[in-house]
Design a protein around this ligand. Structure first.
Ligand code: ARG
Length: 461
């Protein structure tokens, strides 16, 4: 590319190598921020006119030109040129074609360094806003299922071994808690690192004109300008905070996806996923594959990598701006796009899922889920817990040897375990869950309490 074509060509006498141009170009990635770039320029120019750095005539000419560039992007008629290295140079180049000299004044008191930092925050703000809604919809779908399954019981697991019965609502509400925290993290990004405007930091040291950074900050919807110009162009904390929150969200979605995959297996059979979120096999006619759940599980790896990628990129950089930072958007946009794809699919999959409560009940009925309840019963009769644990363990071993559940223990087996004098309590799953009255536990009242609290929290958002 010849130096006349480049916005910054003045210092250069030779042409740049094509291979370098290809490496250096970021338009293909950052052009999606066209609306934010133009919005930032509008605010910058209005401010320059207000403080007298630009004449009103120039400012009006630029504003009119920016409106036209905006329209060209919006209706798809914008024609990108080989010299359009990135979205910032593309908009300025087109603006100057349209309005002439005033266009050459738009970059007064501004650098692409503070410009890109601002654009990306504006873009991320929109993404966080709509993803906050998508998280809420996911929570809603879980709450609807939870509400209709307060009295459905399934085994709760530790080490993937049946441990104690729980209400299905309680199990689903565990994910509600995770997603409520995710919502909190997204909201924290929105009102924390995204609240300050880097615009006006210049290339790194500030700007030699009497610009009003508070004015541009306010007109772009930021709470305040950033405090330090070097930090403004060098840091990507808002992106890192977002990617961390995004990775956490995806880890939670992944665990949910994994459970849906397990539950949809013939071996477990706790869930029937709807045809709308499953696919067939090209070879095996009987298959119904839980693809949506599997992909929900898979995406975490990608978004965790995005978070790690950004941190790795920034960690080694000296202050202030370095071209390395151009790569930040790969990680950010990948995570935003992934979550945009993921959440509606997971929400739909959950909303359309049928829980097979009879299979869950069967899994609760046979076995030893009441073992702890029997030990607790002994403790209520004055036994030290450790002795109770030992005696119940002996009884469980005898039952396992005979291939029967705890409730089918014979009088002889009970006597042998040292429990002859004990009135055997109800060891069924219903009695077991009802006994868990501690705050956050799985008794009906506690689960209803939890459900109501979550609904109230959502209603307050
Ligand atoms: N395309 C660049 C980026 O995304 C814009 C900033 C370029 N700044 C510079 N000094 N070359 O980071």
């Amino acid at each position: 590319m010849s130096d006349q074509q480049r916005l910054w060509g003045g210092r250069f006498s030779g042409t740049s190598d094509e291979a370098f141009d290809r490496l250096n170009a970021s338009f293909a990635v950052d052009s999606r921020m066209w609306a934010q770039d133009i919005e930032g320029s509008r605010a910058h120019v209005r401010m320059l006119a207000a403080v007298g750095v630009l004449s009103n005539e120039d400012a009006e000419a630029i504003a009119g030109g920016l409106d036209q560039v905006y329209a060209e992007f919006a209706n798809g008629s914008f024609v990108v040129q080989p010299s359009d290295e990135d979205i910032h140079t593309a908009v300025e180049r087109r603006l100057t074609e349209l309005v002439g000299d005033p266009g050459r004044r738009v970059h007064t008191g501004r650098s692409r360094n503070d410009q890109v930092a601002t654009d990306v925050l504006l873009y991320l703000r929109d993404a966080v806003d709509h993803q906050l809604i998508a998280i809420t919809q996911l929570i809603d779908a879980l709450l609807v299922q939870a509400e209709s399954h307060i009295d459905s019981l399934l085994p709760g697991y530790t080490h993937l071994q049946r441990a104690q019965p729980v209400r299905l609502a309680h199990h689903l509400l565990a994910y509600v808690q995770m997603f409520i925290r995710d919502h909190g993290r997204f909201a924290q990004v929105r009102h924390g690192a995204l609240a300050e405007s880097p615009l006006g930091a210049g290339a790194l040291s500030g700007v030699g004109f009497p610009i009003d950074r508070a004015m541009t900050a306010a007109s772009l919807g930021f709470a305040a300008p950033t405090a330090n110009s070097l930090d403004s162009v060098a840091s990507r904390d808002a992106l890192a905070d977002y990617l961390h929150a995004a990775a956490m969200l995806c880890v939670h979605v992944s665990r949910l996806g994994e459970e849906m995959v397990l539950w949809a297996s013939e071996e477990i059979g706790f869930i029937e996923l709807s045809d709308a979120f499953t696919s067939g096999s090209s070879m095996l006619p009987q298959k119904k594959n839980p693809d949506a759940a599997e992909l929900a599980r898979a995406k975490a790896a990608r978004v965790i990598a995005d978070y790690a990628g950004l941190q790795g990129l920034v960690a080694k950089l000296p202050l202030a701006y370095n071209k390395d930072l151009q790569e930040d958007k790969h990680f950010l946009f990948d995570a935003i796009d992934t979550i945009d794809l993921l959440l509606p699919a997971v929400t739909g999959m959950l909303a359309g899922a049928q829980f097979r409560t009879e299979a869950m009940a069967r899994a609760c009925a046979d076995g030893y889920l009441g073992a702890t309840d029997l030990a607790d019963h002994l403790v209520r009769h004055g036994w030290p817990f450790r002795r109770a644990h030992e005696a119940v363990g002996t009884l469980v071993r005898a039952c396992i040897a005979r291939g029967v559940g705890l409730t089918e223990a014979t009088a002889a087996e009970i006597a042998l375990a040292g429990l002859a004098d004990i009135d055997m309590p109800d060891l069924g799953a219903s009695a077991s869950v009802e006994a868990k009255v501690s705050f956050g536990g799985t008794s009906r009242a506690r689960v209803v309490e939890q459900l109501m609290a979550a609904k109230a929290q959502l209603a307050a958002w």
